[in-house]
Write a protein that binds this ligand. Sequence first.
Ligand code: 5GP
Length: 396
Amino acid sequence: HRFCKHLPKIELHAHLNGSIRESTLVELARERSVSLPAKLLQHEAEHHDADRDALFFNTKPRSLEECFEIFSYIPKCVDDVAALKRITREVLEDFANDNVVYLELRTGPKVLLMDHCAPEMGSCSKKQYLQTILSIMSLFENQEKDRHNHDMSSSTEKLVRLPMTPRLIVSVDRSGTVEQAQENINLAIQMVALYPDHVVGVELGGNPTRNDFRRFEPLFQKARDHGLLISIHCGEVPSATDEFDTSDTTLKKAYEEASAVLQFRPDRLGHALLLPNDLMNKLMQQPIPIECCPTSNVMTLELALHHGGNLIGGLKMHPQLQKWIERKYPFSINTDDSGIFCTNLTKEYLLVAKVFGLHENDLADIAIRAVDHIFDKPKRDALIDLMANRIEKLKN
Ligand code: 5GP
């Protein structure tokens, strides 16, 4: 645990609203008289009472459908600029305190309508939503550098916490309209001009049973033409195993969509869990880095159901991860929604180590190789130096 905690880590797949602290969500809900589903509150109670190990290895299963039910409550609680600022700051702090040295946080811009706060803290447009997050990010980055310089000069601690670099990916929700997606992509392009160091890419996420990547493809092409890098969620729902398999239209459509995603060659893929065999084989030949989110995968595929909710038993049934590890496929380990899945990156590394029998060198290797997948390419070399140096100290 000590090694995973102090290992400098890279987080590439974290949704802002899904990373909300559970305690903050409960507090915001109470202030706004939003009644959260009993499932969520039970989770909270369990969280506080259970002994830590039992919670770690026995988190309650949470299906894909349940996750999206929970997601629908978060905007009711994060409904003004004050709450948005709070969750952004807290999420950055939580990742930094978990020794994440580079974070790509993703979020879909929202119009916040509540005006029950002081001016500047209530309602905002989609553009102001992104600007709010970006100004907190750049302030945080400067504070991190100052804190680190100060700690280095005044502390005798060998493992002084390294500074975290935060970056933003603008999300498109696939359950929305093409017009909404277009608005988000245009905003991302505008934001690059205003915050060139901080906006690094765009992504497609949201309920995978709704709509199809192909509806949004021209918009992602436009983003690419403007220099933004792209990550696409894929393989979250079952599909036909190859183009000749089955007459089931839903499975066929999922196969065709997955083919179209791979043909587009995004810079990274989110999850890529249930990709058809022939497409997975093609990826093995011409890899695209995959953002793997172990706990989230176990939960949304309901793999832990047969193991009394046990995460370790569930992750052993992961359809791809063993193969990716053995063949050194370019994948990274991520949290997805640390608030919803009650996790952090230390737990994710520890879980993968326990299930697949990985040692310190293997984990360090996974963390360092993730640097090749970051969207802020100019940061690569400095990050590798920083991490390699820390890993060396950690081993001694
Ligand atoms: P937000 O963009 O509001 O900051 O983050 C929450 C949103 O991220 C959710 O409403 C959902 O659209 C998306 N999201 C979070 N986790 C997942 C996931 O595992 N799969 C997919 N497809 N979308 C997700």
